[in-house]
Design a protein around this ligand. Structure first.
Ligand code: SF4
Length: 228
């Protein structure tokens, strides 16, 4: 892992905050959290809908779904065709519609319609892995956790604050690098940063405030020097 003298967690968070402030972007989950007043049911269902799709599709599908089915009780009784129609913008809608209705039924049976706030209980729900469970802990319950999606995984590895092959390893290494005080905001910051500056293709390293400390730019430079 990187020498903390180069880039420590405090500096990382300060630079990310400064960079994302320039853009009028907010993540789909941050929007659900604000609009739905941290309703854990809506955060959970929106996070499942966000799997393997873009933020704008998650927002469209969630808004349509929650306008008709705002609670676990309502969704558990819904007709599957109508649920499919509403979540269609999020992709994989046959599977997602069935999974979210099943989640609603389990919440009713086991938790009186409420979403549990413990990692182990969340992981027992269909379509809920560590990333989704961590999102619910952070965005609905305000508990310190590190949801690692494709943006968080890519940005952390490019910077060189982790060296990992999968999101689970990234979560583990980030939890050592970052003080717990920063866990709540790291997902939102890195997702916004990953969508606007550290993009998957064509990262905007020229305007990035971290470019002198980033492994990706160092490696690119040494590759260029070798070629010339
Ligand atoms: S310098 Fe480039 S690769 Fe490194 S964090 Fe910034 S945008 Fe991403």
């Amino acid at each position: 892992m990187r020498n903390p003298k180069d880039l420590d967690d405090r500096r990382l968070i300060a630079e990310l905050r400064a960079m994302v402030r320039q853009f009028d972007e907010s993540t789909a989950l941050a929007q659900v959290r604000e609009r739905q007043k941290k309703d854990p049911f809506k955060v959970l269902i929106a996070t499942v809908l966000s799997q393997r799709t873009r933020d704008e599709n998650t927002t469209r599908a969630s808004n349509s779904l929650f306008s008709e089915y705002p609670t676990a009780e309502a969704l558990a009784k819904a007709r599957i065709r109508d649920v499919e129609r509403r979540v269609k913008p999020s992709g994989f809608y046959h599977v997602k519609a069935r999974k979210i209705r099943e989640i609603a039924r389990i919440l009713l049976e086991r938790y009186e319609g409420r979403v549990p706030s413990k990692m182990e209980e969340l992981l027992e729900l269909p379509s809920v892995g560590r990333k989704t469970a961590n999102c619910v802990l952070v965005y609905a319950f305000g508990k310190p956790a590190i949801p690692v999606d494709t943006h968080v995984h890519r940005v952390s590895n490019r910077l060189g604050i982790v060296h990992t092959k999968n999101p689970e390893e990234t979560e583990e290494q980030l939890s050592h690098f970052l003080d717990k005080a920063y866990w709540i905001e790291i997902n939102e910051l890195m997702v916004e940063f990953g969508k606007t500056i550290c993009r998957p293709i064509g990262p905007r390293c020229d305007i990035c405030r971290l470019n002198r400390l980033c492994d990706y730019t160092r490696n690119e430079k040494s590759l260029l020097q070798k070629r010339t």
